[in-house]
Design a protein around this ligand. Sequence first.
Ligand code: FES
Length: 357
Amino acid sequence: MFSMFKKKDREVSINDTQQLIATPGETILQAGTRQGIRMPHNCRVGGCGECKCKLVSGKVKELTESAYILSADELDQGYILTCQSVPKTDISIEIERLENNGPNYEVKKLIGKVTRHQQLTHDTVEIQVSLPEPLSYESGQYAQLSIPGVIEQSRAYSFAAAASDAHNNQTVSFFIRAVPGGEMSNHMQQASVIGSTIEVEGPYGDFYLRDSDDPMLCIAGGSGLAPLKSLLEEAIKNNVSRPVTFLFGARTQEDLYCIEEISQIAKDWVNEFHFIPVLSNEPIDSGWNGLRGFVTEAIENHLSINSSGNEKVYMCGPPPMIDAVEDTLQTFSIRSTQIYYDKFLDKRHTNKTNTAA
Ligand code: FES
């Protein structure tokens, strides 16, 4: 008798052209990502509306109230958020912007070993993980990390090295910044993690370099350096020759890291490459001669002198920074189609998010 209540897999039909299976408790977005379907999304926590789709038939359980992010009109039309909707029956949905291009590597779940642990700043480490087989990814993408038997709830971190390095060496690396209350991020600060097993699931994410000859404006905030470093290192290997301006926003000099690596990228880049660190909380008397203030102010100054209007913007960092930068970019007529971003939900460090705008 209890078997009648057993939870079942549910079929999800997308645009009447693709089918996927959602396992019990899985959101539509999780199921789609797992099965390699490139569904639009961003925050994954019901806060941005990027993943909205129209529920054509069937029923879903909503994990959070979507009313505050969807308009009354959209709710009337049956719109839902794929990141917050668990199918209760077989369902059919319509997604307007289903991407068919971009990286489509097989998502793997691999048990690796931490082989290196390096302190980058007072609160950020780099860990290197050796994998039992190569894990293909596009530079800019991310993986979900968990520690079997210790920290089962996975956390998302961007691959920090150029993708072609991982293909050859079966090693992947990640920058992990300690965040208050972050179980994984604090655990990984300890050098004793060397030798321990770690589960790497991926690749995921829509943050990657698009083909173009237009100038690039790269913006990293806080722990958002990894995907940009990876993307730029890979671009060098692929002989990309676009002018680049790279702004790195941090609080103080103590929070800057990988400066040597970025200098090397600048040296190897075959076109102009301007690297501009910007510090928001550097003590006045520290002797810092670089830019001070928020990265948004620096962008404003930069664009008011240098903007061609056709820049492609790649940015990674916490949502307030990304949102503020987007507003600034709009005042310089840089459209959302020119902007690709990777938002880090640093506060809880649960779901780091990736997408192109
Ligand atoms: S609301 Fe679903 S990804 Fe942001």
